[in-house]
Design a binder for this molecule. Structure first.
Ligand code: ATP
Length: 245
């Protein structure tokens, strides 16, 4: 399976001097087609920074970030934004749905921004909403949707079109466990269909859906374990709990 995401020796510092923070410190990480990798670690360990850097939302201080073989760190902002729109689906911790747009319009927006015609964009967005079970909510605005429904709109937006890298930052955050499992099943299905996925989670139950879990601490990868993988989580959550090692 070909490599979709390749981070080599990535460092991201914030600030300078005495207040400088090494949010990421010499991180190497490769994610291939069909692979879902979970990222766990304590608060402030660099998980969100890792996702932002992988998706080209945040510049690196040093190192390289390749998406589909193209080096984001060598591109200008406009090219980077193009790669992001075309190849990267992102589910943010705060959903970032646009309140003035319906569910359908929110999902179609990234395609339209990328020059796909309105009719085609809406047809693909309808398919994506159907895939998350929200066909009946397509014309509703975010304010009229429950938290779980809003989350599913955000997932549909991340998965619409031919994205090959899906980045999800606590996508199950505020969801009950049934909806959380449904979100994980969607992610897993997309990855099994050939995308590469990177999932930040605090919850070992959700990490169990991944093929492996990397553990971050103070910006460094301090360990990797094989996940239960391939579809259904297995084993007791206690077996998979994050270690303090
Ligand atoms: N824009 C920023 N400016 C300064 N420091 C930042 C910035 N963003 C993140 N940091 C710092 O970088 C470190 C890593 O933050 P990051 O948000 O990546 O951690 P995290 O593991 O995702 O945390 P959480 O689980 O709380 O979301 C922290 O020390 C944080 O304070």
């Amino acid at each position: 399976m070909s490599v979709v995401l390749e981070l080599t020796n990535v460092t991201r510092d914030y600030g300078r001097g005495a207040t400088q923070v090494h949010a990421l410190d010499c991180v190497d990480l490769t994610v291939r087609e069909g692979e879902l990798v979970a990222v766990m670690g304590p608060s402030g360990s660099g998980k969100s920074t890792l996702l932002n850097v992988a998706g080209g939302l945040d510049p690196v201080t040093s190192g390289t970030v390749l998406v589909g073989g193209r080096d984001l760190t060598a591109m200008d902002a406009r090219r980077r934004a193009e790669v992001r729109r075309r190849d990267v689906g992102y589910v943010f911790q705060d959903l970032n749905l646009i309140p003035a747009l319906t569910a359908l319009e929110n999902v179609a927006l990234p395609l339209e921004l990328d020059g796909v015609g309105v009719g085609r964009a809406r047809a693909q967005a309808t398919d994506a909403l159907n895939a998350v079970g929200l066909e009946s909510a397509r014309d509703r605005f975010p304010v009229d949707l429950s938290g779980g429904q809003q989350q599913r709109v955000a997932i549909a937006r991340a998965l619409v079109g031919p994205r090959r890298l899906v980045l999800a930052d606590e996508p199950t955050g505020a969801l009950d466990s049934v909806t959380g499992e449904a979100v994980m099943r969607l992610l897993r299905t997309r990855v099994d269909a050939g995308a590469a996925g990177l999932l930040v989670t605090h919850d070992a139950r959700y990490a169990a859906w991944a093929d492996r879990t990397v553990h971050l601490r103070d910006g460094e990868i301090v360990g990797t374990d094989a996940g239960a993988s391939a579809g259904e989580p297995m084993g007791e959550p206690a077996d998979l709990m994050e270690t303090d090692a």
